[in-house]
Design a protein around this ligand. Structure first.
Ligand SMILES: O=c1[nH]cnc2c1ncn2[C@@H]1O[C@H](COP(=O)(O)OP(=O)(O)O)[C@@H](O)[C@H]1O
Length: 263
């Protein structure tokens, strides 16, 4: 499936087939956002700014693992109505002028995290009925997972890159945001993350994504991409790296292909 915008008609509802929850017991009972979002007085935006989200729907990166999911804007996702759960995750990045071994440009520092289930994902989580907006829910999750250092981050509608929704195994909209920080801000987040409520529980540690490919053609991004990623996190990473211009498209495609072929 390509990245193009698909019809919003979600099709007939299937019987619920919930997988056994891997969520920690203290969060399992938490209700998720099921309010009629189209009627909520959240701010809306007609479309994504071309320089931020334009490439989000257009890059023809392969998304085989996503099955029947579709890509939509924030506004379109909010039109989906009741019965949909919304989750928000964010890619935090900073320009990073350093060179590995004195010669390989690091390009940017991009943060992901090792989760409690052994998979890689982005900081964030389910939006809760108590959250006043998607971004308020995301900010709350970032504070839980990254600690008090995340409080001043204030992600906004303008940081929304795109959303992906799927009907199975549950009606879920996965919103994705990106925020550029200074390297000092990003380092402070990394240092403070061990003080987060979720540290050592849901979050085992932050990792930086290697954005380069080593001379052997395998080390760096291709090897990183062969890890296990939660839900759509791998696609979100590839899409965002391309859309934000953090890695050239040709290099991204090569790294994607090498990691799929087996190293
Ligand atoms: O990085 C990610 N990108 C996309 N989806 C994710 C990511 N991490 C988790 N998910 C999915 O988002 C939903 C919320 O999971 P998460 O573990 O973040 O929520 P929680 O922190 O509120 O418990 C789940 O369906 C999960 O599979």
């Amino acid at each position: 499936m390509g990245w193009g915008l698909r019809s919003l008609r979600p099709g007939p509802r299937r019987p619920a087939e919930r997988p056994r929850s891997t969520r920690p017991a203290h969060k399992r009972g938490r209700a998720c956002l099921r309010v009629p979002l189209a009627g909520a007085d959240w701010p809306r935006r007609a479309s994504l700014p071309a320089e931020r989200g334009g490439a989000w729907g257009g890059a023809p990166m392969e998304v085989a693992a996503m099955g029947e999911s579709r890509v939509v804007s924030r506004a379109e996702a909010l039109e989906l109505g009741p019965g949909w759960r919304h989750a928000c995750h964010a890619l935090l990045y900073a320009p990073c002028p350093g060179r590995l071994f004195g010669r390989v440009p690091l390009r940017h520092a991009v943060l992901m995290q090792m989760r409690f289930d052994g998979q890689l994902g982005f900081p964030g989580g389910f939006v809760d009925p108590r959250d006043s907006s998607l971004e308020a829910g995301l900010s709350r999750e970032l504070r839980e997972e990254l600690g008090p250092g995340a409080a001043p981050l204030s992600l906004a509608e303008g940081d929304h890159l795109g959303a992906r929704f799927a009907e199975t195994p549950q009606r879920l909209v996965a919103h994705f945001y990106a925020k550029r920080l200074s390297l000092e801000q990003l380092r402070a987040l990394e240092e403070g993350a061990t003080k987060a409520a979720d540290h050592g529980l849901e979050v085992l540690g932050l990792v930086r994504v290697p954005l380069y490919t080593l001379r052997d053609g395998v080390g760096g991004l291709p090897t990183f991409l062969s890890n296990s990623f939660v839900a759509s996190a791998r696609q979100q990473l590839l899409q965002a790296l391309g859309a934000l211009g953090l890695v050239p498209e040709a290099e991204l495609r090569r790294a994607d292909a090498v990691s799929r072929k087996g190293l």
